[in-house]
Design a protein around this ligand. Structure first.
Ligand SMILES: Nc1ncnc2c1ncn2[C@@H]1O[C@H](COP(=O)(O)OP(=O)(O)OP(=O)(O)O)[C@@H](O)[C@H]1O
Ligand SMILES: [Mg+2]
Length: 174
């Protein structure tokens, strides 16, 4: 029953694209309430792993569970409780941030968009809700972070922008 207590669990997760093994026997446990950074160089297999975790592609071998639910067998039960961005989400450039979130909320079945004010507040965009999403200075990244939280998820999976130069500087103690 340990799986029941884990937010995310992967066991022997493997993906083979032809002769190329993109993900090789990955075992991973993420505990509820934790923030887990899934890092790796370009081509390491991060996106492939997330796509398997969300049931977008089938693993060659192994299994993945979210909140105790096997993604292959119980996908429909668990995905409504998962907020996720796999790559960069697309926005309608002519719409405001609020209206873009309205569209996403409707497609997620939340017709009255009751979460939108809360989401805009959380990502610090309340005072810019009417601005078009194409407005510069961090609007799109903020809206991207907000989108997967519209469904009040129990598990949140998203991309964070990262500057590799900062990492190498820190590694070098500079
Ligand atoms: N559909 C596919 N068909 C064949 N090879 C693929 C496919 N998707 C990914 N790959 C290969 O699998 C490897 C892992 O790719 P993946 O996109 O998962 O890496 P990543 O860690 O997300 O990289 P990045 O940091 O650039 O986003 C790469 O060598 C990639 O070329
Ligand atoms: Mg990727």
């Amino acid at each position: 029953m340990q799986s029941q207590s884990l937010a995310i669990e992967m066991a022997g997760l493997t993906k083979q694209f032809g002769r190329h093994r993109a993900v090789d026997t990955l075992n991973l446990a993420v505990h509820p309430g934790s923030v887990f950074g899934f890092l790796g160089p370009n081509g390491a297999g991060k996106t492939t792993t997330i796509r398997m975790l969300l049931g977008l592609i089938r693993p060659t071998q192994g299994s993945a569970r979210i909140l105790g639910h096997d993604i292959e067998r119980e996908r429909a039960a668990i995905l409504p409780h998962v907020g996720a961005i796999v790559e960069s989400p697309a926005f309608y450039p002519i719409l405001s941030g609020r209206d873009n979130l309205r569209v996403f909320a409707r497609t997620a079945g939340n017709e009255d968009g009751s979460n939108i004010a809360r989401v805009l507040e959380q990502v610090g965009l309340s005072n810019r809700a009417k601005d078009k999403v194409t407005t510069p200075h961090g609007y799109k990244p903020g809206a991207s972070r907000g989108k997967p939280t519209l469904c009040s998820p129990r598990a949140l999976i998203f991309r964070a922008a990262f500057r590799s130069r900062s990492i190498s500087r820190r590694q070098q103690g500079q």
